[in-house]
Design a binder for this molecule. Structure first.
Ligand code: HEM
Length: 403
Protein backbone atom coordinates (compact mmCIF):
# COMPACT_ATOMS: atom_id res chain seq x y z
CA UNK A 1 0.00 0.00 0.00
CA UNK A 2 1.35 3.44 -0.91
CA UNK A 3 2.12 6.23 1.52
CA UNK A 4 2.14 8.86 -1.24
CA UNK A 5 -1.05 10.52 -0.05
CA UNK A 6 -0.13 10.65 3.64
CA UNK A 7 0.83 14.25 2.90
CA UNK A 8 -2.88 14.90 2.53
CA UNK A 9 -3.53 14.15 6.20
CA UNK A 10 -5.95 16.63 7.67
CA UNK A 11 -8.39 16.59 4.73
CA UNK A 12 -11.69 14.72 4.86
CA UNK A 13 -11.30 10.94 5.05
CA UNK A 14 -11.15 9.21 1.67
CA UNK A 15 -14.42 7.88 0.27
CA UNK A 16 -14.57 4.20 -0.58
CA UNK A 17 -14.66 3.69 -4.36
CA UNK A 18 -16.42 2.26 -6.42
CA UNK A 19 -19.67 3.61 -5.01
CA UNK A 20 -22.23 1.15 -6.38
CA UNK A 21 -22.52 -1.82 -8.74
CA UNK A 22 -26.18 -1.11 -9.57
CA UNK A 23 -26.38 -0.26 -13.26
CA UNK A 24 -29.88 1.27 -13.18
CA UNK A 25 -29.02 4.44 -11.29
CA UNK A 26 -26.13 6.86 -11.18
CA UNK A 27 -24.51 6.60 -7.76
CA UNK A 28 -25.77 9.43 -5.52
CA UNK A 29 -22.20 10.55 -4.78
CA UNK A 30 -21.41 11.50 -8.38
CA UNK A 31 -23.45 14.72 -8.71
CA UNK A 32 -22.34 16.02 -5.36
CA UNK A 33 -18.67 15.29 -5.94
CA UNK A 34 -18.66 16.95 -9.34
CA UNK A 35 -20.32 20.04 -7.88
CA UNK A 36 -18.13 20.29 -4.77
CA UNK A 37 -14.87 18.36 -5.15
CA UNK A 38 -14.34 17.16 -8.72
CA UNK A 39 -10.90 15.88 -7.68
CA UNK A 40 -11.53 13.91 -4.50
CA UNK A 41 -9.47 11.51 -2.43
CA UNK A 42 -10.88 8.00 -2.45
CA UNK A 43 -9.80 4.62 -1.16
CA UNK A 44 -9.68 1.94 -3.82
CA UNK A 45 -10.61 -1.73 -3.68
CA UNK A 46 -6.89 -2.49 -3.28
CA UNK A 47 -6.89 -0.31 -0.13
CA UNK A 48 -4.76 2.44 -1.69
CA UNK A 49 -5.58 6.12 -1.99
CA UNK A 50 -6.25 7.84 -5.29
CA UNK A 51 -7.75 11.01 -6.77
CA UNK A 52 -11.18 10.50 -8.29
CA UNK A 53 -11.92 12.97 -11.11
CA UNK A 54 -15.59 13.51 -11.90
CA UNK A 55 -16.10 16.60 -14.11
CA UNK A 56 -16.04 16.46 -17.91
CA UNK A 57 -13.27 19.03 -18.36
CA UNK A 58 -10.92 17.52 -15.81
CA UNK A 59 -11.54 13.93 -16.97
CA UNK A 60 -10.70 15.00 -20.53
CA UNK A 61 -7.57 16.76 -19.34
CA UNK A 62 -6.28 13.70 -17.53
CA UNK A 63 -6.91 11.38 -20.47
CA UNK A 64 -5.23 13.75 -22.95
CA UNK A 65 -2.20 14.59 -20.81
CA UNK A 66 0.74 12.18 -21.25
CA UNK A 67 1.94 13.01 -17.76
CA UNK A 68 -0.86 10.72 -16.63
CA UNK A 69 0.28 7.27 -17.68
CA UNK A 70 -1.70 4.07 -18.14
CA UNK A 71 1.41 1.94 -18.65
CA UNK A 72 2.91 2.97 -15.31
CA UNK A 73 -0.18 1.93 -13.33
CA UNK A 74 1.31 -1.59 -13.46
CA UNK A 75 4.73 -0.59 -12.06
CA UNK A 76 5.72 -2.35 -8.84
CA UNK A 77 4.84 -0.56 -5.59
CA UNK A 78 2.54 2.10 -7.06
CA UNK A 79 -0.95 2.69 -5.61
CA UNK A 80 -3.44 0.42 -7.32
CA UNK A 81 -7.14 0.46 -8.11
CA UNK A 82 -7.31 -3.36 -7.87
CA UNK A 83 -4.92 -6.29 -8.07
CA UNK A 84 -3.59 -7.08 -11.53
CA UNK A 85 -5.17 -10.10 -13.20
CA UNK A 86 -2.90 -10.00 -16.25
CA UNK A 87 0.90 -9.90 -16.56
CA UNK A 88 1.99 -6.29 -15.79
CA UNK A 89 3.46 -5.64 -19.24
CA UNK A 90 0.09 -6.43 -20.86
CA UNK A 91 -1.47 -3.28 -19.33
CA UNK A 92 0.24 -1.41 -22.16
CA UNK A 93 -1.38 -3.75 -24.67
CA UNK A 94 -1.90 -1.38 -27.59
CA UNK A 95 1.55 0.14 -27.01
CA UNK A 96 3.02 -3.37 -27.24
CA UNK A 97 1.02 -4.10 -30.39
CA UNK A 98 2.29 -0.88 -31.96
CA UNK A 99 5.87 -1.53 -30.82
CA UNK A 100 5.74 -5.01 -32.39
CA UNK A 101 4.72 -3.53 -35.76
CA UNK A 102 1.24 -5.07 -35.64
CA UNK A 103 -0.92 -1.97 -35.26
CA UNK A 104 -2.04 -1.81 -38.89
CA UNK A 105 -3.00 -5.48 -39.02
CA UNK A 106 -4.98 -5.12 -35.79
CA UNK A 107 -6.79 -1.94 -36.86
CA UNK A 108 -7.68 -3.57 -40.19
CA UNK A 109 -9.15 -6.55 -38.37
CA UNK A 110 -11.20 -4.30 -36.06
CA UNK A 111 -12.74 -2.39 -38.96
CA UNK A 112 -16.43 -3.27 -39.23
CA UNK A 113 -16.20 -2.51 -42.95
CA UNK A 114 -14.04 -5.62 -43.51
CA UNK A 115 -15.78 -7.63 -46.22
CA UNK A 116 -18.80 -9.52 -44.95
CA UNK A 117 -18.43 -8.61 -41.27
CA UNK A 118 -21.65 -6.65 -40.75
CA UNK A 119 -23.60 -9.24 -42.78
CA UNK A 120 -22.14 -11.92 -40.54
CA UNK A 121 -23.21 -10.01 -37.42
CA UNK A 122 -26.75 -9.54 -38.73
CA UNK A 123 -27.08 -13.21 -39.66
CA UNK A 124 -25.71 -14.28 -36.29
CA UNK A 125 -28.09 -11.94 -34.44
CA UNK A 126 -31.05 -13.35 -36.38
CA UNK A 127 -29.99 -16.94 -35.63
CA UNK A 128 -29.77 -16.20 -31.92
CA UNK A 129 -33.24 -14.62 -32.01
CA UNK A 130 -34.52 -17.68 -33.94
CA UNK A 131 -33.31 -19.83 -31.05
CA UNK A 132 -34.93 -17.58 -28.45
CA UNK A 133 -38.23 -17.67 -30.34
CA UNK A 134 -38.06 -21.45 -30.81
CA UNK A 135 -37.57 -22.00 -27.09
CA UNK A 136 -40.10 -19.32 -26.05
CA UNK A 137 -39.98 -16.83 -23.21
CA UNK A 138 -38.52 -16.27 -20.73
CA UNK A 139 -34.85 -16.06 -21.63
CA UNK A 140 -31.69 -14.58 -20.20
CA UNK A 141 -30.79 -12.08 -22.89
CA UNK A 142 -27.24 -11.61 -21.60
CA UNK A 143 -26.36 -15.32 -21.64
CA UNK A 144 -28.47 -16.26 -24.66
CA UNK A 145 -27.79 -13.26 -26.86
CA UNK A 146 -25.22 -10.63 -25.77
CA UNK A 147 -22.41 -13.02 -24.89
CA UNK A 148 -22.66 -15.52 -27.75
CA UNK A 149 -23.21 -12.74 -30.30
CA UNK A 150 -20.17 -10.83 -29.07
CA UNK A 151 -17.91 -13.87 -28.55
CA UNK A 152 -18.88 -15.17 -31.99
CA UNK A 153 -18.01 -11.86 -33.63
CA UNK A 154 -14.58 -11.91 -31.98
CA UNK A 155 -13.90 -15.50 -33.14
CA UNK A 156 -14.88 -14.37 -36.64
CA UNK A 157 -12.46 -11.40 -36.51
CA UNK A 158 -9.64 -13.48 -35.07
CA UNK A 159 -10.33 -16.21 -37.63
CA UNK A 160 -10.59 -19.01 -35.08
CA UNK A 161 -13.37 -21.65 -34.88
CA UNK A 162 -16.63 -20.59 -33.23
CA UNK A 163 -16.25 -23.68 -31.05
CA UNK A 164 -13.38 -21.89 -29.26
CA UNK A 165 -15.69 -19.18 -27.90
CA UNK A 166 -16.89 -20.90 -24.69
CA UNK A 167 -13.36 -21.69 -23.45
CA UNK A 168 -12.06 -18.12 -23.96
CA UNK A 169 -15.31 -16.68 -22.63
CA UNK A 170 -15.04 -18.65 -19.37
CA UNK A 171 -11.82 -16.88 -18.38
CA UNK A 172 -13.37 -13.42 -18.47
CA UNK A 173 -15.30 -13.86 -15.21
CA UNK A 174 -11.94 -13.82 -13.43
CA UNK A 175 -9.79 -11.77 -15.83
CA UNK A 176 -11.93 -8.66 -15.33
CA UNK A 177 -12.35 -9.00 -11.58
CA UNK A 178 -11.78 -5.98 -9.43
CA UNK A 179 -10.06 -7.92 -6.67
CA UNK A 180 -8.26 -6.45 -3.65
CA UNK A 181 -5.40 -8.97 -3.94
CA UNK A 182 -4.03 -11.26 -6.65
CA UNK A 183 -6.32 -14.08 -7.78
CA UNK A 184 -4.70 -17.46 -8.43
CA UNK A 185 -7.25 -18.42 -11.08
CA UNK A 186 -6.27 -15.45 -13.23
CA UNK A 187 -2.79 -16.85 -13.89
CA UNK A 188 -4.09 -20.37 -14.50
CA UNK A 189 -6.59 -19.07 -17.06
CA UNK A 190 -4.05 -16.75 -18.68
CA UNK A 191 -1.50 -19.53 -19.22
CA UNK A 192 -4.16 -21.88 -20.56
CA UNK A 193 -5.60 -19.26 -22.93
CA UNK A 194 -2.18 -18.26 -24.27
CA UNK A 195 -1.32 -21.93 -24.91
CA UNK A 196 -4.68 -22.45 -26.59
CA UNK A 197 -4.33 -19.38 -28.82
CA UNK A 198 -0.70 -20.27 -29.64
CA UNK A 199 -1.81 -23.75 -30.76
CA UNK A 200 -4.35 -22.09 -33.08
CA UNK A 201 -1.46 -20.28 -34.80
CA UNK A 202 -0.32 -23.72 -36.03
CA UNK A 203 -3.77 -24.76 -37.19
CA UNK A 204 -4.02 -24.49 -40.99
CA UNK A 205 -7.73 -23.64 -40.65
CA UNK A 206 -6.94 -20.43 -38.72
CA UNK A 207 -7.53 -17.37 -40.88
CA UNK A 208 -8.56 -13.75 -40.05
CA UNK A 209 -6.23 -11.78 -37.80
CA UNK A 210 -4.63 -14.82 -36.16
CA UNK A 211 -4.02 -16.37 -39.59
CA UNK A 212 -2.34 -13.14 -40.69
CA UNK A 213 -0.20 -13.07 -37.54
CA UNK A 214 0.70 -16.76 -38.00
CA UNK A 215 1.87 -15.92 -41.53
CA UNK A 216 4.27 -13.27 -40.20
CA UNK A 217 6.30 -16.03 -38.55
CA UNK A 218 7.82 -16.78 -41.98
CA UNK A 219 8.75 -13.13 -42.50
CA UNK A 220 12.31 -12.22 -41.42
CA UNK A 221 11.13 -8.66 -40.65
CA UNK A 222 9.02 -10.13 -37.83
CA UNK A 223 11.62 -12.54 -36.46
CA UNK A 224 11.47 -10.68 -33.13
CA UNK A 225 7.93 -11.93 -32.49
CA UNK A 226 7.35 -15.06 -30.43
CA UNK A 227 4.25 -17.24 -30.58
CA UNK A 228 3.46 -16.07 -27.06
CA UNK A 229 3.44 -12.43 -28.19
CA UNK A 230 1.15 -13.25 -31.11
CA UNK A 231 -1.13 -15.32 -28.90
CA UNK A 232 -1.26 -12.42 -26.41
CA UNK A 233 -2.68 -10.19 -29.15
CA UNK A 234 -5.49 -12.67 -29.77
CA UNK A 235 -6.27 -13.34 -26.11
CA UNK A 236 -6.28 -9.67 -25.13
CA UNK A 237 -8.38 -8.52 -28.08
CA UNK A 238 -10.88 -11.28 -27.36
CA UNK A 239 -11.00 -10.32 -23.67
CA UNK A 240 -11.11 -6.52 -24.00
CA UNK A 241 -13.46 -6.71 -26.96
CA UNK A 242 -15.96 -9.25 -25.63
CA UNK A 243 -16.21 -7.79 -22.13
CA UNK A 244 -16.71 -4.27 -23.55
CA UNK A 245 -19.11 -5.08 -26.38
CA UNK A 246 -21.27 -7.65 -24.60
CA UNK A 247 -21.26 -5.57 -21.40
CA UNK A 248 -22.25 -2.39 -23.20
CA UNK A 249 -24.95 -4.18 -25.18
CA UNK A 250 -26.44 -5.69 -22.01
CA UNK A 251 -26.42 -2.24 -20.38
CA UNK A 252 -27.92 -0.58 -23.46
CA UNK A 253 -30.73 -3.15 -23.31
CA UNK A 254 -31.25 -2.54 -19.58
CA UNK A 255 -31.50 1.18 -20.34
CA UNK A 256 -34.01 0.75 -23.17
CA UNK A 257 -36.12 -1.76 -21.23
CA UNK A 258 -36.35 0.64 -18.29
CA UNK A 259 -36.83 3.83 -20.36
CA UNK A 260 -39.92 3.28 -22.54
CA UNK A 261 -39.65 6.62 -24.36
CA UNK A 262 -36.14 5.87 -25.56
CA UNK A 263 -37.06 2.34 -26.52
CA UNK A 264 -40.28 3.38 -28.37
CA UNK A 265 -38.28 5.96 -30.29
CA UNK A 266 -35.66 3.48 -31.52
CA UNK A 267 -38.26 0.80 -32.18
CA UNK A 268 -40.42 3.15 -34.27
CA UNK A 269 -37.48 4.83 -36.00
CA UNK A 270 -34.77 2.23 -36.75
CA UNK A 271 -33.06 4.98 -38.79
CA UNK A 272 -32.26 6.63 -35.43
CA UNK A 273 -30.45 3.58 -34.03
CA UNK A 274 -27.04 5.08 -35.00
CA UNK A 275 -27.43 8.29 -32.94
CA UNK A 276 -29.36 6.21 -30.38
CA UNK A 277 -26.32 3.96 -29.82
CA UNK A 278 -24.19 7.08 -29.33
CA UNK A 279 -26.57 8.42 -26.71
CA UNK A 280 -26.71 4.98 -25.07
CA UNK A 281 -22.91 5.03 -24.93
CA UNK A 282 -23.12 8.39 -23.16
CA UNK A 283 -25.77 7.50 -20.57
CA UNK A 284 -24.81 3.89 -19.89
CA UNK A 285 -23.09 2.92 -16.66
CA UNK A 286 -21.12 0.05 -18.11
CA UNK A 287 -17.72 1.04 -16.70
CA UNK A 288 -17.95 -0.21 -13.13
CA UNK A 289 -14.81 1.44 -11.78
CA UNK A 290 -12.74 4.23 -13.36
CA UNK A 291 -9.95 4.60 -15.95
CA UNK A 292 -6.68 4.56 -13.96
CA UNK A 293 -3.62 6.73 -14.63
CA UNK A 294 -0.39 7.26 -12.69
CA UNK A 295 0.95 10.81 -12.39
CA UNK A 296 4.50 10.93 -13.80
CA UNK A 297 4.99 14.47 -12.53
CA UNK A 298 3.41 16.98 -10.15
CA UNK A 299 0.39 18.32 -12.02
CA UNK A 300 -2.22 20.87 -10.96
CA UNK A 301 -5.71 19.49 -11.53
CA UNK A 302 -8.50 21.89 -10.61
CA UNK A 303 -7.89 22.84 -6.97
CA UNK A 304 -5.57 19.92 -6.32
CA UNK A 305 -1.83 19.55 -6.79
CA UNK A 306 -1.53 15.91 -7.84
CA UNK A 307 1.91 14.59 -6.90
CA UNK A 308 4.17 12.44 -8.98
CA UNK A 309 3.48 8.76 -8.22
CA UNK A 310 -0.16 9.27 -7.24
CA UNK A 311 -3.01 7.34 -8.78
CA UNK A 312 -5.70 9.29 -10.63
CA UNK A 313 -9.05 7.71 -11.50
CA UNK A 314 -11.18 9.07 -14.34
CA UNK A 315 -14.88 8.60 -13.57
CA UNK A 316 -16.42 8.24 -17.02
CA UNK A 317 -20.03 8.46 -15.79
CA UNK A 318 -19.07 11.70 -14.02
CA UNK A 319 -17.90 13.20 -17.31
CA UNK A 320 -20.72 11.80 -19.45
CA UNK A 321 -23.44 13.19 -17.19
CA UNK A 322 -21.86 16.59 -16.55
CA UNK A 323 -24.51 19.25 -17.22
CA UNK A 324 -21.77 21.79 -18.04
CA UNK A 325 -20.95 19.78 -21.13
CA UNK A 326 -24.20 17.91 -21.87
CA UNK A 327 -27.19 20.14 -21.00
CA UNK A 328 -30.00 18.23 -19.25
CA UNK A 329 -27.62 15.26 -19.10
CA UNK A 330 -30.11 12.62 -17.97
CA UNK A 331 -32.38 13.24 -20.96
CA UNK A 332 -31.98 10.65 -23.74
CA UNK A 333 -31.71 12.94 -26.75
CA UNK A 334 -30.60 11.52 -30.09
CA UNK A 335 -30.39 15.05 -31.51
CA UNK A 336 -27.65 16.41 -29.25
CA UNK A 337 -24.94 17.93 -31.35
CA UNK A 338 -22.15 16.80 -29.02
CA UNK A 339 -23.22 13.29 -27.93
CA UNK A 340 -20.08 11.78 -29.45
CA UNK A 341 -17.97 13.84 -27.03
CA UNK A 342 -18.74 11.19 -24.38
CA UNK A 343 -15.76 9.45 -22.81
CA UNK A 344 -17.15 5.92 -22.97
CA UNK A 345 -14.38 4.99 -25.42
CA UNK A 346 -11.81 6.96 -23.40
CA UNK A 347 -9.83 9.81 -25.02
CA UNK A 348 -6.27 10.72 -25.88
CA UNK A 349 -3.45 8.21 -26.31
CA UNK A 350 -5.48 5.18 -25.24
CA UNK A 351 -8.68 5.99 -27.10
CA UNK A 352 -10.36 2.70 -27.96
CA UNK A 353 -9.11 1.37 -31.31
CA UNK A 354 -12.44 -0.38 -31.98
CA UNK A 355 -15.01 2.40 -31.69
CA UNK A 356 -16.57 1.75 -35.09
CA UNK A 357 -16.78 -1.96 -34.36
CA UNK A 358 -18.31 -1.34 -30.92
CA UNK A 359 -20.95 0.91 -32.45
CA UNK A 360 -21.76 -1.50 -35.30
CA UNK A 361 -21.96 -4.46 -32.91
CA UNK A 362 -24.56 -2.73 -30.72
CA UNK A 363 -26.45 -1.06 -33.59
CA UNK A 364 -27.03 -4.31 -35.49
CA UNK A 365 -28.04 -6.17 -32.32
CA UNK A 366 -30.60 -3.50 -31.39
CA UNK A 367 -31.98 -3.34 -34.94
CA UNK A 368 -32.54 -7.12 -34.95
CA UNK A 369 -33.81 -7.45 -31.36
CA UNK A 370 -36.23 -4.48 -31.49
CA UNK A 371 -37.36 -5.43 -35.00
CA UNK A 372 -37.98 -9.11 -34.30
CA UNK A 373 -39.22 -8.89 -30.70
CA UNK A 374 -41.44 -5.79 -30.60
CA UNK A 375 -42.91 -6.81 -27.23
CA UNK A 376 -39.48 -7.30 -25.61
CA UNK A 377 -39.71 -6.48 -21.88
CA UNK A 378 -37.98 -7.27 -18.63
CA UNK A 379 -39.42 -10.43 -17.12
CA UNK A 380 -38.66 -9.19 -13.59
CA UNK A 381 -38.93 -5.79 -11.91
CA UNK A 382 -35.73 -3.79 -12.46
CA UNK A 383 -35.06 -3.91 -8.72
CA UNK A 384 -34.76 -7.71 -8.98
CA UNK A 385 -31.85 -7.58 -11.42
CA UNK A 386 -28.73 -9.00 -9.78
CA UNK A 387 -25.68 -6.85 -10.38
CA UNK A 388 -22.21 -8.33 -10.68
CA UNK A 389 -19.96 -7.06 -7.91
CA UNK A 390 -16.18 -6.73 -7.74
CA UNK A 391 -15.89 -6.43 -11.51
CA UNK A 392 -14.47 -3.81 -13.89
CA UNK A 393 -17.78 -3.60 -15.75
CA UNK A 394 -21.29 -3.15 -14.41
CA UNK A 395 -23.83 -5.59 -15.77
CA UNK A 396 -26.68 -7.79 -14.59
CA UNK A 397 -25.71 -11.40 -13.99
CA UNK A 398 -28.83 -12.37 -15.90
CA UNK A 399 -31.15 -10.27 -18.02
CA UNK A 400 -34.49 -12.12 -17.84
CA UNK A 401 -36.83 -11.00 -20.62
CA UNK A 402 -40.12 -11.91 -22.14
CA UNK A 403 -41.66 -10.90 -25.49
C1 HEM B 1 -18.85 -0.73 -27.02
C2 HEM B 1 -17.66 -1.32 -27.06
C3 HEM B 1 -16.42 -0.80 -26.41
C4 HEM B 1 -16.27 0.12 -25.40
C5 HEM B 1 -17.34 0.88 -24.65
C6 HEM B 1 -14.84 0.26 -25.18
C7 HEM B 1 -14.28 1.11 -24.24
C8 HEM B 1 -12.91 1.38 -24.14
C9 HEM B 1 -12.33 2.37 -23.28
C10 HEM B 1 -13.09 3.25 -22.30
C11 HEM B 1 -11.00 2.36 -23.50
C12 HEM B 1 -9.96 3.28 -22.86
C13 HEM B 1 -9.29 2.66 -21.67
C14 HEM B 1 -8.38 3.65 -20.97
O1 HEM B 1 -8.21 4.79 -21.40
O2 HEM B 1 -7.84 3.27 -19.91
C15 HEM B 1 -10.72 1.32 -24.47
C16 HEM B 1 -9.47 0.98 -24.93
C17 HEM B 1 -9.23 -0.18 -25.64
N1 HEM B 1 -10.17 -0.98 -26.24
FE1 HEM B 1 -12.15 -0.67 -26.27
N2 HEM B 1 -14.18 -0.57 -26.02
C18 HEM B 1 -15.09 -1.23 -26.80
C19 HEM B 1 -14.82 -2.17 -27.77
C20 HEM B 1 -13.59 -2.73 -28.00
C21 HEM B 1 -13.32 -3.83 -28.88
C22 HEM B 1 -14.37 -4.54 -29.74
C23 HEM B 1 -11.97 -4.09 -28.80
C24 HEM B 1 -11.16 -5.15 -29.49
C25 HEM B 1 -11.63 -6.22 -30.06
C26 HEM B 1 -11.40 -3.12 -27.90
C27 HEM B 1 -10.06 -3.04 -27.57
C28 HEM B 1 -9.51 -2.01 -26.85
C29 HEM B 1 -8.07 -1.88 -26.64
C30 HEM B 1 -6.97 -2.82 -27.14
C31 HEM B 1 -7.90 -0.71 -25.88
C32 HEM B 1 -6.58 -0.13 -25.37
C33 HEM B 1 -6.17 1.01 -26.27
C34 HEM B 1 -4.86 1.64 -25.84
O3 HEM B 1 -4.39 1.39 -24.72
O4 HEM B 1 -4.30 2.40 -26.65
N3 HEM B 1 -12.41 -2.31 -27.43
N4 HEM B 1 -11.92 0.75 -24.86
Amino acid sequence: MSTATDRRAGGPPPLDFPFSWDGTRVPAEVEELRATTPVRRVRTIAGDEAWLVSSYDLCQRVLRDDRFSLKDTSAPGVPRQYALTIPPEVVNNMGNITGAGLRRAVLRALNPKSPGLTDWMRTRAHRLVDQLVAEGPTADLRGAFCEPYSAGMHCKILGIPQSEAPAFLRSLDIAFMNAPCPVSGARINWDRDIARMAALLDDPATHGLMGELAGLRDDPDYAHLTDEMLATVGVTLFGAGVISTSGFLAMALVYLLTHPTARDLLQGRPDLIGPGVEELLRVNLSIGDALPRLALDDVRLGDVEVRKGELVLVLVEGANLDADHFPDPHRFDVHRDNTADHLSFGAGAHYCPATALGRAHAGIALEVLLGRLPELALAVPPTQLVWRTGFMKRFPERLPVTW
